[in-house]
Design a protein around this ligand. Structure first.
Ligand SMILES: Nc1ncnc2c1ncn2[C@@H]1O[C@H](COP(=O)(O)OP(=O)(O)OP(=O)(O)O)[C@@H](O)[C@H]1O
Length: 700
């Protein structure tokens, strides 16, 4: 394949002959395979559509297989250090897919080929995550933190432990300054529920999160989407400044930019149907398209116009021919362009590249890779590109403007496991304490239930009806705790999990330190919140009342809280969204409730295991043993005994335990089971998080 022999090299990111095919939807796939014979045959039905849909024929790329759809058609390009390049195209053109391929974050669907080189070599999976900054379209930030705190945590987690705290603080200040975030440094990020920074400030904060470390390459997916034109211009002009100052290679996708923004790029790449139809300085695009007969009408934004003519919105044959011509013209130009320095050749003339796009024009010496597989040419190319990189570095230092940060070793983890744990625990604790809605909601719920349960079972005595009330309340308390613990954790965990996935994609920390920090914060938080409930309810209800039984009551409830925290973390780890978590959580609670008490006197044998894994089984049993052993009750004239009939009387607590089969295990044994269940649930959560929250990379 052509790509194998052409190896570009340079100071930035290069990609060559990227081809990406995905399977068609099931029905169309079946039909396509049926028409073409087998899934390994070339997709002839696509070829009938014309040259446009068969890039493999003209470009020497692999053919599209039956049942597949081509998303990217042999796309090549580059971004040099210090350069800001815009990737434009209509919706569905393949911009995000290309960005995902370049950042190595493409999912495992589809067949991918081509080459991506960074600074002359293939991307090294060991260091790539920390070399590239990737700003996703949707900001994943923690709403309760201020802009400064967000960047500060990012710096502490991203920067090497060899960098002093003072320098880390300085980098945060520099980043705030560079992205013009000074004015809102102490404003919270906010979300739909609480007002925070503006959309543009939020986006610049997301960019700052990546920039605070010394990434060499910044990829951004639609950083201006959802912003008004002022905020969008602001974001792009800031990025331009940062790319120059920090000598960053910066590539961003953008949808419908204003002409003003369009002209800010050093170079633009226009994409349609997975193929490039223009690449070069933005202003030269006017001449290029005019030479093809597409003069921008008066009053129309040229950037919009270029994208529109490469779309067949009218769904006509003429539209198809127009797109065909645009792609063919660029492909033909592209070939002659391979041998040009600083020039964009049009079919009718050669257009000298403007000197204003200095970085791209110098870079264009290595812009296109020489055809053929001659090693000598390749070596020359590498030398030229390295010379270019060195020259730029010297220029930057002489200029004094550029901000050169001490480079880190991008391999391995930035900080030690203990430092990760400390920073993440601090961040988690702060987040939990600041989530006032959840905190007030949980406390409010506890107070209401305290009043209702407390008065419903107020000061139980020793009558037979109070015996049943005691049994009832000892079953109800763990059930209530299970619901009360699960939901607050699950309202926070999915967002934290999302942040974790983003941060782990940048190689910031290990899953174990993140997860342990969560456990460390949740245990005291839950225990503190629930303690006042247990203390008050114990005395309101009038349970046994001895010191030892009170402390055992508290201890047993705490152990049950640990099982609920473990369950919440396991559900949260497996649920990508709050919605899913809120569907799964009640399911477990209801199952544990149903099989954990006396609701089913004899559970079906094939469900008996649910009885044994339910924490309610053990806590209910232990609470009952704690309450009833040694207690005596009034019979009020009814006969004593251990029978189950309503007329029978329980005169001792032991009779109650026997009747309800609650004395199978001692309190100590029940505690052992609860500890084991809490441990298994928590550990399951860890493995689920490791599996579901594992960032996946795909290199070519
Ligand atoms: N894994 C996938 N499964 C199904 N379709 C996919 C997949 N990946 C990409 N596509 C399709 O590839 C095409 C290009 O998608 P991509 O997201 O790259 O477009 P885009 O140019 O970024 O569009 P937009 O500006 O709307 O985000 C779309 O038609 C999309 O549906």
């Amino acid at each position: 394949m052509a790509a194998e022999s052409r190896q570009p090299a340079g100071s930035g990111l290069y990609w060559q002959d990227i081809v990406y095919d995905i399977p068609l939807p099931k029905k169309q796939r079946k039909q396509s395979i049926a028409e073409n014979g087998s899934s390994n045959s070339p997709n002839t039905s696509l070829e009938k559509g014309g040259e446009l849909q068969d890039p493999s024929r003209t470009q020497g790329l692999r053919p599209i297989k039956a049942g597949d759809r081509r998303i990217l058609n042999g796309v090549s390009g580059k971004v040099e250090r210090g350069e800001m390049v815009g990737l434009l195209g209509a919706s569905g053109a393949g911009k995000t897919t290309l960005l995902n391929i370049l950042s190595a974050r493409l999912d495992s669907t589809g067949e991918l080929s081509g080459q991506v080189l960074f600074q002359g070599s293939q991307r090294d999976p060991e260091s790539w995550k920390r070399t590239v900054g990737f700003v996703e379209q949707d900001d994943v930030l923690i709403p309760c933190f201020t802009v400064h705190e967000t960047l500060d945590y990012s710096a502490r987690l991203r920067l090497d432990s060899s960098i002093s705290n003072e320098e880390k603080r300085q980098r945060v200040e520099d980043t705030l300054d560079m992205l013009r975030l000074e004015k809102c440094r102490d404003t919270r990020i906010g979300n739909g529920a609480t007002r925070g920074v503006s959309g543009g400030e939020r986006k610049r904060t997301s960019i700052g999160v990546e920039l605070v470390s010394d990434v060499s390459l910044l990829l951004l997916d639609e950083p201006t989407s959802g912003l008004d034109s002022f905020a969008a211009t602001n974001v792009v002009s800031n990025l331009k400044l940062v790319a120059t100052k920090r000598n960053l290679a910066c590539l961003m996708t953008i949808h419908q930019p204003s002409w003003n923004i369009f002209c800010m790029y050093d170079r633009v790449m226009l994409l349609t149907r997975g193929s490039i139809f223009y690449e070069g300085p933005p202003k030269k695009a006017l001449e290029w398209f005019e030479s093809l007969g597409h003069r921008v009408p008066e009053g129309v934004n040229p950037a919009d116009y270029f994208i529109t003519i490469a779309e067949n919105l009218e769904k006509s044959d003429e539209g198809e021919r127009r797109i065909d011509n645009l792609l063919r013209a660029w492909r033909e130009n592209d070939k002659s362009f391979l041998h040009q320095d600083n020039e964009v050749s049009t079919p009718s003339e050669k257009i000298q590249t403007s000197s204003s796009s200095s970085s791209s024009s110098s870079a264009s010496q290595v812009d296109r890779v020489l055809p053929g597989d001659e090693e000598e040419k390749l070596a020359t190319l590498r030398d030229r590109s390295k010379g270019f990189a060195e020259k730029k570095e010297v220029e930057s230092l002489n200029g004094g403007e550029r901000q050169v940060w001490k480079s880190q070793d991008h391999k391995g983890w930035p900080t030690s496991w203990l430092a990760e744990l400390r920073i993440l625990t601090e961040r988690n604790a702060k987040q939990t304490m600041r989530d006032l809605t959840t905190l007030i909601g949980s406390i409010g719920q506890s107070v209401i239930l305290l009043i209702i349960i407390g008065f419903a079972f107020f000061r139980l005595g020793s009558s037979q009806s109070d015996v049943l009330a005691r049994i009832g309340v000892l079953f109800f308390l763990p059930i209530n705790a299970s619901f009360a613990v699960l939901f607050p954790i699950l309202t926070q965990f999915p967002l934290q999990r999302q942040v974790m996935i983003r941060e782990r994609s940048s190689g910031l920390y290990r899953t174990s330190s993140f997860y342990l920090s969560k456990v460390i914060v949740e245990i005291p938080n839950t225990i503190l919140q629930r303690s006042f409930f247990y203390i008050i309810i114990y005395w309101m209800i009038g349970l046994k009342g001895t010191a030892s039984s009170f402390f055992i009551f508290m201890g047993l409830n705490y152990l049950q809280l640990l099982t609920s925290i473990g369950l919440a973390l396991a559900i949260g780890a497996a649920s990508p969204t709050i919605e899913l978590a809120n569907i799964i959580a009640p399911l477990f609670n209801v199952i544990f409730l149903l099989f954990g008490g006396n609701l089913l006197p004899s559970p079906p044998p094939w469900f008996i295991w649910l009885h044994w894994i339910s924490p309610i089984t053990y806590v209910y049993s232990a609470l009952s043993v704690n309450e009833f052993v040694g207690s005596t009750f009034d019979c009020n004239g009814s006969g004593s005994g251990s029978g189950s009939s309503a007329s029978q009387c329980y005169s001792t607590g032991e009779q109650v335990l026997e009747q309800y089969k609650l004395q199978r295990f001692t309190i100590g044994e029940n505690c052992g089971f609860l500890v084991a269940i809490a441990f298994v649930f928590t550990l399951t959560g860890y493995f689920l998080l490791r599996y579901t929250g594992h960032p996946r990379f795909r290199y070519i």
